[in-house]
Design a protein. Structure first.
Length: 75
């Protein structure tokens, strides 16, 4: 059985893959009802745990440089 934390983590991972994925499709992937996904995404956004943004595809924009950065938090 998937608990609340698992759903949040899986939901975040799915949104990272495709931030425009529909709630219906996310619900099917996570085997929960659409309303659950809608509520969780709303909660995650309101708590500033996630934000949904657009990222440019630099390769398709003819940029030939890739930078790698690591960020570590202290907690």
């Amino acid at each position: 059985m998937v608990d609340d934390l698992d759903i949040k983590l899986i939901l975040i991972r799915e949104l990272q893959r495709n931030g425009r994925e529909t709630y219906v499709n996310l619900a099917k992937k996570l085997m929960v009802v659409e309303g659950t996904i809608r509520k969780r995404v709303k909660d995650l956004l309101e708590k500033n745990i996630i934000e949904i943004v657009a990222l440019p595809n630099l390769k398709n924009l003819d940029y030939n440089f890739i930078g790698i950065m690591e960020i570590q938090g202290s907690k």
